[in-house]
Ligand binder design. Sequence first.
Ligand code: SOE
Length: 367
Amino acid sequence: MTLDVAFLGYRFMGEAHANALDRLPMFFPDAPDVNRHTLIGQDEDALTDARERLGFDHARTEWEDVVDEVDVFYNLGPNFLHVEPSVAALEADTHVLCEKPLAPTLDGAERMQLAAEESDAHAVAAFNYRFVPAIQYAKNLIDDGELGEIRQVRGRYLQDWLVDPEAPWSWRLDEELAGSGVLGDLGAHTVDLVQFLVDDVVSVSGHLRTFVDERPVEEGAEETEAVTVDDAFSAQAELANGAMATFEASRFAAGHKNDHTIEVHGSKGSLKFSLERLNELEVLREGDRGYQTILVTDEDDPYGEHWWPPGHVLGWEHTFVHENYEFLTAVAEDEAYHPSFADGLRVQEVLDAIQESDERREWVAVE
Ligand code: SOE
């Protein structure tokens, strides 16, 4: 089976997913064949260049003309373009993969999930970090009861690209366009991982801050634009299994480029994962006096047989290869796939509750 695909977006996420499609035939030869049908974007010059570079047959500026012409629609655009194109594609029974956060607002995410329920197509939320081999190894340990009853989880995601007050404004800093700031951009990943690894978040107490509320419209410009989203957030949470969780994310954490960390403590042991050392998992089992570092690159580790000999490590881009392999296989074989729009909505409900809790200055239950 050959799947015709369209991408909306050709920048960071467009490149990450195009690179993943390039890798599949060599390393995952049983993946379905993909035909890069149409690339969608607004800026005609950049689009023409990207069409060639990313290997698409056609380039179009209107997503409305494309969503029912292909088998699979990748929504890799900015957050404000997540809802309408994804809903239209699902109404045409076109399979959708949409980047995170699912939508700028809870309302938008609910509309997307409703469209997913009414469609015959797959509706998939792109949380690529579920596909880190060490994260899947951690999930297996937790599910097998190796850590016992899980009592505490700590997740944080730190970047530093906004520390400089002169760093220019972008759509990511605007509430209308992005929905929220670091909460949706980075917090969404951590909330998804905690819900994937341990359990659903059922109530939260959140705190959001904006440190710099105006930025130059572009590098070096005098003119400024308001920043209307959060620069950093922290939250404490209760999970459905009774565990305590804490979340933290920032784009102001000087020295941290892409530092995503999860720690889990159970009645029989603990684990630690850091995206900066993504081939490793630190595990402490009952009776151990310290953490042991496991290199998750063996042939029988998740996705290990597809890549290099043990110890020949993988990187950030491989998470997208694994994600695309699972997604396209689920589409071709009509199998269930997670994370789905329902999982994405569940994350959005948590993000919304964190924002509401900050506004109300009290704990909020996740509906
Ligand atoms: C930018 O903050 C960003 O690219 C996020 O949007 C991604 O989701 C994350 O994986 C890396 O950082």
